[in-house]
Write a protein that binds this ligand. Structure first.
Ligand code: COI
Length: 354
């Protein structure tokens, strides 16, 4: 049986604080949020309330031991049609949340309730979806442990929540990435495939170090040899070598990005060859030196698709964008963007209209 959602509407909307010409990323939140508690072995008290602070015990176990997982999604408003808003493959987020939950010893949240919560919340806050080129409503579903107990064990209680914020682009320019050889993101058998908070925390110090050297981001490599490309601190990774598109195969240490999968499927639909296989930094350097490395790009929900300017390793910088091009990355970006805005056909049934 699906959860009943109670709704307490905000007395006054904060929409006047929202300037569509000056959106930024992730600092302004919509009027409402969804909350649901896991108590006595079941999800209960599903509710939409005005967006606001949560109160918690200093002993809240997620703060100490990291039982904390999240998803990232976006809703789009068609520029042509005033009424529809769309989400993209939302069920994949519901499923991935539950894969993360399983690995982190957390309860799954029923997919049907995930969709119902998402739709009810978006219906209430639909006027917050930016109607400008490149804008979207970023949706953050997340779950965290709430026991006030400092022994190390899976929490008995959790909160699942969703809030939203209008956003512009996450990255505004092509990035310079540093091949990370000192630090590692995840090891085989670990939690690298989950969207747990710690996977992002582990990128913060190496990224800050890389930024001091003039880079924008890090490119994680495998934890054993630091030879094989994995993903960046925030996204998956693609390379165009001649006319073939390569992305590192999922090893269990990387996030199975929904945008990554959409790009692979979309490119194949457009007639390109995409190889999911081990991709070494040495190969990237060799192909760059031969002039065969045409495009590098990254993919994620927040970042959507962004080109890399180049990458650095051991103090050498390998520029890809100056003499390369962006026609494959632009083609797949437009293909997916047009689908999300219902400007083109959706051959895969990915667009979910609300
Ligand atoms: C997303 O792309 O939605 C993420 O969760 C990554 C984060 C860097 C914002």
């Amino acid at each position: 049986m699906s959860l009943e959602i109670t709704i307490e509407k905000a007395k006054v909307s904060r929409i006047s604080e929202f300037d569509p010409q000056n959106i930024g990323f992730g600092k302004l939140f919509t009027d409402h949020m969804f909350l649901c508690d896991y108590r006595d072995g079941e999800w209960q008290n599903a509710r939409i309330v005005p967006y606001g602070n949560l109160s918690m015990s200093p002993a809240t176990s997620s703060i100490h031991y990291g039982q904390s997982i999240f998803e990232g999604m976006k809703a789009y408003a068609s520029l042509e049609n005033d009424h529809d808003i769309t989400t993209f493959r939302p069920m994949e987020n519901a499923k991935r949340l539950n894969r993360s939950a399983h690995r982190m010893a957390m309860p799954s949240f029923p997919e049907e309730d995930f969709m119902n919560a998402l739709e009810t919340l978006l219906n209430l806050d639909r006027q917050w979806v930016p109607r400008i080129e490149g804008g979207a409503l970023y949706i953050r579903p997340y779950m965290f442990a709430t026991d006030d107990y400092i022994g190390v064990k899976p929490s008995d209680t959790y909160t699942f929540a969703i809030f939203c914020c209008p956003v512009g682009p996450y990255y505004n320019k092509a990035l310079r990435v540093k091949v990370e050889k000192e630090y590692s993101r995840a090891a085989p058998g670990g939690v690298g495939f989950t969207k747990c908070s710690g996977n992002y925390a582990s990128a913060l110090h190496p990224t800050r170090e890389a930024q001091k050297e003039g880079y924008d981001q890090i490119l994680w490599t495998d934890p054993i040899e630091h030879k094989w490309v994995e993903e960046t601190g925030t996204t998956n990774f693609f390379a165009v070598i001649n006319n073939s598109i390569v992305t590192p195969s999922l090893t269990g240490t990387m996030l199975a990005g929904i945008t990554r999968d959409s790009v692979i499927t979309g490119l194949k639909h457009l007639g390109y060859t995409v190889d999911e296989r081990p991709l070494s930094v040495d190969e990237l350097i060799e192909e760059q030196q031969k002039g065969n490395l045409k495009e590098l790009f990254i993919t994620g929900t927040a970042a959507t698709l962004m080109n890399l300017e180049g990458f650095g390793r051991d103090g050498e910088y390998y520029d890809v964008l100056t003499n390369g091009d962006t026609h494959i990355s632009s083609e797949i970006k437009d293909f997916l963007d047009n689908m999300k805005l219902k400007k083109s056909e959706d051959p895969f049934g990915w667009v979910h209209t609300i």
